[in-house]
Design a protein around this ligand. Sequence first.
Ligand code: SF4
Ligand code: SF4
Length: 370
Amino acid sequence: MSDPGTTGAPANPKPPMALLAELTYRCPLACPYCSNPTEMTGRKAELTVEQWADVFGQAAALGVLQVHISGGEPASRRDLEEITQAAVEAGLYTNLITSGVGLTAKRLKALDAAGLDHVQLSIQGVDAAAADEIGNYRGGFERKMAVAGWVREIGFPLTLNAVMHRRNLDRLEETIALAVELGARRLEVACVQFHGWATLNRGGLMPTREQAVRARDTVAAARERLRGVLVIDFVPPDYYARYPKACMGGWGSVGLNVTPDGQVLPCHAAASIEGMSFERVQDRGLKEIWRDSAAFNAFRGDAWMQEPCRSCERKTLDRGGCRCQAMAIAGDAAATDPTCSKSPHNAALRAAAEADAVSGAALIYRESPA
Ligand code: SF4
Ligand code: SF4
């Protein structure tokens, strides 16, 4: 195969479209697949409303169009309404990503008054027993159902986010039916990505190959059946795919993430890459960090790629996959994503996934910082 050529990091990268604003790592739930880091900063280190307002203003000036207000559980912050209003005033489209726990009808009305555009509600299961086991929070499912009702009454567009794994993939049809029943316009069926706390729970959560195949077929049939009713996004399990996906649409290409204490990351798991340091909004402008920082430029273009990515015809499609997964499994963030069938680590990864899928490992629950 001929070398398709390489390019270095562009001097003036295109502006990002989306900002993930992680307001806090605090959360009343304890999902064992939480993508938050296992070492988390607490309340005292969190950015203030004024600091977030400044970040949103800088993001809008940089070209960002939408902000995903997330966490942890963003409703754990009593000033969520003020932070949301600051994002609206900066001209950003606002999407609240929430477990629902901590929201009330009154708070949702206040968020509506603040200008919130969209709600994305996570569900951990299709009934109280299943959901509350994963969230490790009794009553969580009932609270979510109430939140979905208030969201509908107020008229927010609703997306349901369902993280799927070995323990709930066989209930995918019921998950889709629940999304329709709750009046969601969109359902994200996201098979668990093994970052953060999920890396501790591979044995407890890894789906089987058969589940992965059935999930793909179930989603395809439901998309056909529910055309015009429900849009279904599907993130298949990486470990059984032939090629990786373009993680984050490409490192430093489409979006950026600001952590509760102000670190600016190219993706929410990037802090797991050993030896890489990230700048903070307290120390440098967002535009300069996006354009000039060593971390954001580390994996732009393709000059950083190793073989087999460097000479691969798919490199402009998937950009070599996920850097955090390369770090976690191959021990080198510049390596080919080990979930790619061309990676020298792929056979071992698949064997480990098959073994994890039949493991009876108990769940390790996420902890919340003070
Ligand atoms: S994944 Fe679960 S534990 Fe993590 S922030 Fe979301 S609701 Fe909380
Ligand atoms: S070798 Fe690299 S560029 Fe080619 S498909 Fe695999 S991850 Fe993508």
